[in-house]
Design a protein around this ligand. Structure first.
Ligand SMILES: Nc1ncnc2c1ncn2[C@@H]1O[C@H](COP(=O)(O)OP(=O)(O)O)[C@@H](O)[C@H]1O
Ligand SMILES: [Mg+2]
Length: 207
């Protein structure tokens, strides 16, 4: 009989029930990408397995055939959700950074991903995001060079009942990352069993 390697996991392994998908939603420039990568770095430094799915990167590959119409955004959300669900099932804490401006888009993601889905509202007002304009996209949109730009020509619905709000207009990056890390540890490392053993299940060395 083949010995089971330390990497092998079956669907009954408890780690499958714990790895979350954090779905970061918010305006362009709110801080989704910044926080997703900083959080993944902090989690990995603590021994967790974590992965970022960033809207910009995915649009260069997986979704490069899609534009920014509502129909294409729904399709983009569907693809990202499917990938996130696969990653989370392998025990990766999966952090999605995607504008996903409408509640129905985020509900679609929740349906695909299931109970491990957590919605995080990366909150910053339009004025704050526009003042940051880290990629110069608001300027372009205001000049009419970017149709379908969220916050300017596309409506953005803030989540009504997010699982977590990180207020990047009022807090530093470090403060927001700490808030996210504590949320992950509280929500997903304390379910059903003791905190210590649940944490162990999510940590790389236990997989
Ligand atoms: N608390 C904060 N959290 C995240 N980003 C912040 C924060 N405060 C200022 N920023 C800045 O805001 C910008 C956010 O850009 P980005 O992460 O690309 O946004 P998004 O991915 O939401 O479009 C970055 O330049 C970042 O340094
Ligand atoms: Mg981004």
């Amino acid at each position: 009989m083949l010995a089971r390697s330390s990497c092998a996991m079956g669907p009954n392994d408890a780690v499958f029930s714990y790895a979350p998908v954090l779905w970061l939603t918010g305006l362009p420039g709110a801080g989704k990408t910044t926080l997703a990568h900083a959080l993944a770095t902090v989690l990995m430094a603590r021994g967790f397995r974590a992965m970022v799915l960033g809207g910009d990167v995915l649009r260069q590959g997986l979704s490069r055939d899609l534009g920014f119409s509502a129909r294409d955004r729904y399709e983009n959300v569907r693809r990202v959700s499917e990938v996130a669900a696969i990653l989370a099932r392998t025990g990766q804490i999966t952090v999605v950074a995607l504008i996903s401006p409408l509640a129905t888009m985020r509900n679609q993601a929740r349906e695909v991903i299931g109970e491990r889905f957590r919605q995080v509202y990366v909150k910053a007002g339009l004025e704050v995001c526009e003042a940051r304009d880290s990629k110069g996209l608001y300027r372009k949109a205001r000049r009419g060079e970017l149709p379908d730009f969220t916050g300017v020509s596309v409506h953005c619905e803030p989540p009504l009942n997010p699982d977590l709000v990180v207020d990047t207009g009022a807090r530093t990056v470090n403060e927001c990352v700490t808030q996210l890390r504590i949320f992950v540890e509280r929500e997903f490392a304390n379910i059903g069993t003791t905190r210590a053993s649940a944490r162990k299940l999510l940590r790389r060395q236990a997989v």
